[in-house]
Design a protein around this ligand. Structure first.
Ligand SMILES: Nc1ncnc2c1ncn2[C@@H]1O[C@H](COP(=O)(O)OP(=O)(O)O)[C@@H](O)[C@H]1O
Ligand SMILES: [Mg+2]
Length: 404
């Protein structure tokens, strides 16, 4: 970054769509408090940096990257004057908003002089410690939780705190116990105790809500990453890939379908990345996982899916092993045929293995094989570790030979 303190002209920034409605006075202030900077090619800021500025582009090109696994993926590029970034999107649930409003109301009560300054200082100190406790709250068994709730409700009733039965579960969820209640009671007068408890209850609820929002945004961003990785929409269709990343994103995308089937990942992390069509490979994993899940579910739903990777000579093996009932020998020769299915109408198309064959064998010059006995079925995908010669690279999967 260089050229700090370039002259900012109100006339120039007034032509940006963001600022076109500002008065000359406001534009002047913006120029005074903001600054014009010139950035050399390279990162301006990185996700996770503290937000210090609101940026508006006056001239140049800005590229937005998103980190997907170990790669930076370009998500947008623009030279449009006036594009901006750094405005934070704040997600807040309606409940959080409501709690904060109630806390504001409490503040008004406090300001009216209901608490003496020393008690207030102690209360705020307790509030700080409470917020820390919430972050470390242990997970209790339902029985432990209900015992604690009873104890806290009794305590609150004994100390004339209204609606103890409503507050107690929140306090328990936050990891607070009667010992903590005693500390609060020791810090404030008897007649301010109910108010203090109400105030701390809001603190706890707010902390819990923020945890919840934090967790869900994390989950959402993981899912978005996985969905992107899975769809490969913004990636080259043929490139060098780490099969483990593809497997992980597929398993995450299918986690709802996998349900309570145990998934074991037995990855050989020393395997090199390989040249492949990742979106297509994800389709293969999807089909094989889907079949394994169906097989295990049909046998009662208790079982294991093991996804294993290994070196197999000059090829990379990806094996999907399930503990389902297996494939009867008399149909084993037909399962790769298009439209062959043993599933009820509407549940199977009979195309999963046919498509997988086309992708693995025809498109990747790999192998697809199956071994099956009741309780142990293994679909094995073998992929070349290196790219095929150019004479093979142009194969069109649609016209390539059918499996027999
Ligand atoms: N893991 C497995 N366990 C038992 N049978 C399987 C398994 N995978 C595939 N099959 C058999 O192969 C058939 C064809 O599979 P597929 O081509 O994926 O079509 P679909 O799943 O739509 O039936 C299935 O209907 C099933 O009979
Ligand atoms: Mg299938």
């Amino acid at each position: 970054m260089s050229g700090r303190g370039l002259p900012c002209s109100p006339a120039e920034i007034s032509s940006l769509f963001l600022f076109e409605k500002l008065s000359p006075e406001q534009l002047g202030r913006l120029c005074g408090e903001g600054r014009l900077e010139r950035f050399e090619p390279g990162p301006v800021y990185t996700e996770g940096d503290p937000a210090t500025c609101f940026y508006v582009m006056i001239e140049g090109t800005v590229v937005l990257y998103r980190r997907v696994g170990a790669d930076d993926v370009e998500v947008s590029r623009t030279s449009q004057r006036g594009v901006y970034s750094g405005a934070t999107a704040v997600r807040a649930t309606a409940t959080l908003r409501e709690r904060v409003a109630k806390m504001r109301h409490k503040l008004a009560v406090i300001a009216s002089g209901a608490y003496d300054p020393e008690a207030l200082a102690r209360l705020i100190e307790i509030q700080e410690r409470t917020a820390e406790l919430v972050a470390k709250a242990p997970v209790l068994s339902p029985l432990e939780a209900s015992d604690r709730e009873d104890a806290l409700t009794d305590w609150l009733d004994d100390h004339d705190v209204p609606e103890g039965w409503r507050i107690a579960p929140t306090f328990v969820q936050a990891g607070l116990d009667t010992e903590w209640l005693e500390q609060v009671a020791a810090a404030v007068d008897e007649d301010t105790l109910p108010g203090a408890m109400g105030w701390l209850n809001y603190t706890v609820e707010t902390e819990l809500l923020m945890d919840e929002i934090g967790d869900s945004t994390n989950r959402i961003s993981h899912l978005v990453d996985a969905a992107k990785q899975y769809s490969q929409l913004d990636r080259a269709s043929y490139r060098v890939v780490d099969v483990h990343e593809l497997l992980d994103s597929t398993l995450l995308m299918l986690s709802g379908k996998i349900g309570r089937i145990e998934v074991v990942r037995d990855y050989d992390r020393t395997l090199p990345p390989i040249p492949a069509y990742p979106a297509e490979l994800n389709q293969v994993w999807t089909n094989l996982v889907d079949n394994a899940v169906f097989a295990v579910d049909s046998a009662g739903g208790e079982g294991t899916l093991t996804v294993r990777t290994a070196h197999e000579g000059d090829r990379l093996l990806v094996e999907f092993r399930d503990t389902g009932p297996g494939i009867p020998p008399d149909i084993r020769g037909r399962i790769f045929d298009p439209f062959f299915t043993t599933k009820p109408v509407g549940e199977g198309t009979g195309l999963g293995l046919d498509i997988s064959w086309r992708i693995v064998v025809n498109k990747h010059h790999g192998g697809l094989q199956v071994e099956s006995v009741p309780g142990d079925t293994r679909f094995q995908v073998l992929l070349p570790l290196t790219a095929p010669g150019p004479e093979n690279a142009q194969d069109d999967p649609e016209t390539a030979e059918e499996p027999v």
